[in-house]
Design a protein around this ligand. Structure first.
Ligand code: IPM
Ligand code: MG
Length: 360
């Protein structure tokens, strides 16, 4: 199969982790006789330095004409003081919006090999942790009207939080459909005791839950959900929530997997074109040292093969290779504990690539 992949390495550790993702992609290409045509493009701070904006129209057009986008991470202290409209993060929000990627899938899975890296007690994790967070990605307070002005001598800032029923319904449908393929449970998270957007969210989710009567459904308030993720993570299968709650809760959930460095994500819309990125940031403090963890990016490549290219066996092969390398005791610095073998970022990429090459 022939597929076009736009590659946005971004800033900080972005380039080094994406290089390992591409290494894995090349092995899959050879092993399965696919053709992956990759186009590297400037993005985030790197694009600000080169073109003055985090995402140019040209870059956006190449992405729109690709089958998938593979992204590293954006941002860093160097661009902290640029005009807010031009910050690296703006590029990320713009590309999500322009590509219509309203559904962000963030799986949280604790590999049994990493049990010791999970900060929770043995008793809490004995039933395993394996859930998917579905974060709405193109609405809510992230995209509402923003304003800062002075009223009667005082500075006043406003961020509008807005959702319409269609935006809620389409992410809800994905949540229920995802649950059907998993353990048939959906937890919808809101703040309906305070917010109107949450009341509407809950109403639409209830309508859907009546249609999907095979799926066990529960509502949960976001404050309580943040406790449940720590107290009883095994209860979750599919978690669906709005943009900002999802941003916060997915970082919380990532800690359960041992290191945020291991977690991938997929951002999907109405078409097959998706954007794939690890959920961690650009970690400027360790950039260029070759000590970052490429697993989140490698697993994002697996999600790309699964969701954008319908290559399930190729995706599984990558996921199995990651588990094998961990089972063999190899770890990057973030996961290293005594008794394991420490690898650099590129060595971890090599190990995963050869596990793919020599296994079926
Ligand atoms: C994420 C990040 C972004 C977000 C930032 C960098 C804008 O935290 O993907 O979770 O808040 O969506
Ligand atoms: Mg975040």
């Amino acid at each position: 199969m022939n597929k076009k992949v736009a590659v946005l390495k971004g800033d900080g550790i972005g380039p080094e982790i994406v290089n390992e993702g591409l290494k894995v992609l090349e092995i899959i290409e050879k092993k399965f006789n696919h053709k992956f045509e990759t186009t590297e493009l400037y993005f985030g701070g790197a694009s600000i330095d080169k073109f003055g904006v985090p995402l140019t129209d040209d870059t956006l057009n190449v992405c729109k004409n690709s089958d998938a986008v593979l992204l590293g991470a954006v941002g860093g202290p160097k661009w902290d003081n640029v005009d807010k409209e031009k910050r690296p993060e703006r590029g990320l929000l713009k590309i999500r919006k322009e590509l219509g990627l309203f559904a962000n899938l963030r799986p949280t899975k604790l590999f049994k090999e990493l049990k010791n890296s999970c900060p929770l007690k043995e008793d809490i994790i004995k039933n395993g942790i394996d859930f998917v967070m579905l974060r709405e990605l193109t609405g809510g307070v992230y995209f509402g009207k923003k304003e800062t002005k002075v009223i009667d001598g005082f500075a006043v800032a406003t961020d509008e939080m807005r959702y319409d029923e269609n935006e809620i319904r389409r992410i809800g449908v994905i949540a229920f459909e995802t649950a059907i393929k998993r353990n048939k449970k959906v937890a919808s998270i809101d703040k309906s005791n305070v917010l109107d957007t949450s009341k509407l969210w809950r109403k639409i989710m209830h309508e859907l839950s009546e249609k999907y009567s095979d799926v066990e459904y529960e509502d949960m308030l976001v404050d309580s959900a943040s406790m449940q993720i720590i107290k009883n993570p095994s209860r979750f299968d599919v978690v669906v929530t709005e943009n900002m709650f999802g941003d916060i809760l997915s970082d919380e959930a990532s800690v359960l997997a041992g290191s945020i460095g291991t977690l991938p994500s997929a951002s999907l819309g109405k078409t097959k074109l998706g954007l794939y990125e690890p959920i961690h940031g650009s970690a400027p403090d360790i950039a260029g040292l070759n000590i970052s963890n490429p697993i989140g990016t490698v697993l994002s490549v697996a999600m790309m093969l699964r969701y954008s290219f319908d290559m399930e066996s190729e995706a599984k092969l990558i996921e199995n290779a990651v588990e094998k390398v961990l089972a063999d005791g190899y770890r990057t610095t973030d996961l290293y504990v005594e008794g394991t073998k420490k690898l650099s970022c590129s060595e971890m990429g090599d190990k995963i690539a050869s596990a793919i090459e020599y296994n079926n």
